[in-house]
Design a protein around this ligand. Structure first.
Ligand code: ASP
Ligand code: MG
Length: 424
């Protein structure tokens, strides 16, 4: 049975960390492994910068690309002899980007995004494959485009589970397979991506298809915490978490795992471990079919960069079902999902991630038929299993714009006073 490992960008952000990952993997040499890598360090963000320069023409994309090249070249120089074939292989991947940049931008931004940004994962898997081979950890690299089949919703592609399962079963045979996270492929062989931070989801897809023994996501934190240790001094490690609770935590914005990761694992009852690559022998968090979280304490999740959009009829008549259905068709059209919503007699409010491309287009569309107000620079704060008082300290510096309470969960849309800007 395979174990699926996923190493994110932080775990391979520089030579020291790459060597550490090599040490971890060497200690699992006798296990059957599928190893999923994200792009190194902040490379995905850097490639988004290349794309932005290319599409918006506000900078020379080749200069921005040079930074990405230099970043990888420094790593190659430290890891490999100058005659190693990896230098040519990496160069060829950059040539692929340069070919795109030499053409006029396609009208389809999301398509261009996937062709350019996906290269980050091809670079990292090539380098990791060659490095691991060099230290004696035999491996074969599989192209994720031969494994994960999707529709053509670029930047947020939907998986064709039936085809994907059969491709994965047919291709994954070797003892140690390496593949790219985040990437899929349409039936016409165009590269797609599964959404930012989607490599966790790739690991889950692979585990689901192979009926793996377990999945381990290697992070720079000890596991899933009850809150962000950078903001809450009493944050604690959650040692055991039921699948259903992890789904909720990830959905509400706990950054440790991508929200789509858990469902496929729950379906096949495959345990998920979140462990620290800085302390690989400690147990971390185990997400499995247990009844309650241990320790059973309130969890606080902060989702930043939220926008609260309030929508009302232009003649200020009641908001009725036809309005709501029209609003939701526009949300679907712009691929915007709602994190929280509330309605009053004359207005309907939604709190959504403030995506810099999708939201302005959504607002323009909404303004055809509605009056639209919005507040930017908000945070959505979710407290699972809250107890009165557990939020008082946190709320001290915040102004609450919207609040919703259920038996288990308290959600607040808040302004961080120092970063607030209200727009009408
Ligand atoms: N490299 C991609 C990103 O940073 C995917 C991932 O890291 O999971 O969003
Ligand atoms: Mg990443």
């Amino acid at each position: 049975m395979y174990t699926v490992f996923k190493f994110g960008g932080a775990s391979i952000r520089d030579v020291e960390n790459i060597i550490n990952v090599g040490d971890i993997l060497s200690s699992y040499d006798s296990d059957k492994l599928v190893i999923v890598f994200s792009a190194m360090g902040k490379v995905t963000n850097m490639l988004e910068g290349v794309l932005e320069a290319y599409v918006q023409r506000n900078a020379d994309p080749f200069i921005v690309l040079k930074e990405v090249k230099d970043f990888h070249e420094n790593i190659l120089n430290d890891l490999f002899d100058e005659k190693h074939v990896i230098f040519d292989e990496i160069n060829n991947l950059f040539v692929e980007i340069e070919w795109v940049l030499e053409e006029e931008p396609n009208q389809n931004y999301a398509y261009d995004y996937d062709q350019i940004v996906s290269i980050g994962e091809f670079l990292s898997t090539k380098i990791m494959g060659a490095y691991l081979q060099q230290i004696g950890f035999d491996n074969s690299i599989l192209d994720a485009r031969d494994l994960i089949k999707t529709d053509n919703s670029y930047r947020n592609a939907k998986v064709d589970w039936k085809q994907t399962t059969s491709y994965i079963k047919n291709h994954v045979k070797e003892m140690h397979c390496i593949t790219q996270g985040f990437i899929g492929c349409t039936s016409e062989n165009f590269t797609t991506t599964l959404g930012r931070e989607g490599s966790d989801f790739s690991a889950a897809i692979l585990a689901f298809s192979l009926q793996a023994k377990e999945v381990v996501i290697w992070k720079d934190v000890p596991g899933m915490m009850s809150s962000d240790p950078n903001h809450f001094e009493n944050a604690q490690l959650l040692q055991r978490i039921p699948f259903d609770e992890a789904i909720e935590l990830a959905y509400f914005g706990a950054k440790v795992i991508h929200p789509k990761t858990i469902q496929p694992l729950k379906k096949k009852q495959i345990p998920l471990f979140i462990k620290s690559f800085l302390d690989p022998t400690s147990k971390g968090s185990e997400i499995t079919e247990v009844v309650t979280t241990y320790p059973n304490i309130p969890s606080i999740i902060i989702k930043k960069n939220q926008i609260l959009i309030s929508i009302s009829d232009t003649s200020l008549s009641f908001i009725i079902e036809t309005h709501i259905s029209q609003i939701f068709s526009l949300l679907a059209k712009h691929d915007v999902s709602v994190n929280m919503m509330q309605n009053s007699a004359v207005s309907f409010s939604i709190c959504v991630d403030d995506d810099k491309y999708k939201i302005p287009a959504l607002i323009v569309d909404l303004q055809y038929d509605f009056q639209v107000y919005y507040n930017k620079n908000l945070s959505l704060c979710t407290i699972r299993h809250y107890v009165e008082g557990s939020v008082n300290k946190f709320l001290k510096e915040k102004e609450v714009l919207l609040e919703q309470k259920s038996r288990n969960t308290l959600q607040l849309v808040v302004i961080d006073k120092d970063i607030c800007s209200i727009t009408y």
